[in-house]
Design a protein around this ligand. Structure first.
Ligand SMILES: CC(C)(COP(=O)(O)OP(=O)(O)OC[C@H]1O[C@@H](n2cnc3c(N)ncnc32)[C@H](O)[C@@H]1OP(=O)(O)O)[C@@H](O)C(=O)NCCC(=O)NCCS
Length: 178
């Protein structure tokens, strides 16, 4: 069971089927998916929601849906996950985030990510968290810095699920110990 966590502006909670319309719209938005190889179709978002649920069944934790406390509106996710690929830093627990375009630029990702870090270190029994992103994804890298993660340039890597020559393949790795 995913807990509910409250910050001053955000409720972090388990995904619900009723999030589908807003989640699908967010994943179909080219502005949100700028640093991903493609936007997602509605069917791909349904499959992603299934994988989020399966991850919880397998590992006991997964991504949190984010809800705006003042309006009850779904606006994205943050959370911890076990990467489904092999790399020099796996196995590990990573933290990640994705926000609907209208909710970006207000400090919400940082607020939710900090809550996720505290939850992960308190409840998941991990001594270290990693985060990674496309090298040019400066907003995401800034969130990593703001939540106390450190960049390790010697650990830059090509994402193994992308072709080596893909322009989004170069990735950076950040780490934070408990
Ligand atoms: C990454 C993301 C979650 C950040 O969300 P957010 O709520 O806007 O983040 P915050 O407001 O907490 O912090 C963003 C920081 O990046 C900075 N930033 C934004 N655009 C920037 C740019 N082009 N260059 C440098 N810094 C930038 C902001 O100024 C802010 O830092 P500051 O507080 O020091 O001013 C959001 O942009 C997003 O959902 N992107 C699409 C999905 C994605 O790429 N996810 C990450 C995949 S690994």
């Amino acid at each position: 069971m995913m807990p509910e966590i409250f910050t001053s502006r955000i409720k972090l909670r388990a995904f619900r089927e009723s999030d589908l319309d807003e989640f699908a719209a967010m994943n179909a938005d080219e502005r949100v998916m700028k640093y991903f190889p493609a936007t997602l179709t509605r069917q791909e978002t349904i499959e992603l929601m299934r994988r989020i649920d399966d991850h919880e069944k397998k590992h006991g934790f997964t991504l949190f849906a984010l809800e705006d406390i003042s309006t009850g509106k779904f606006f994205g996710f943050t959370g911890a996950a076990v990467p489904a690929f092999d790399a020099h830093f796996t196995p590990c627990v990573e933290i990640g985030w994705r926000l609907a375009f209208d909710f970006q630029g207000k400090g919400l990702a940082t607020e939710a990510a900090l809550a996720t870090v505290n939850y992960a270190f308190a409840h998941l029994g991990v001594s270290e968290l990693v985060s990674f992103t496309f090298k040019g994804n400066l907003p995401s890298r800034r969130v990593m810095e703001k939540i106390g993660m450190a960049y390790h340039p010697e650990e830059d890597f090509l994402h193994p699920q992308l072709a080596r020559e893909h322009h989004l393949a170069p990735h950076v790795l950040y780490r934070r110990k408990r």
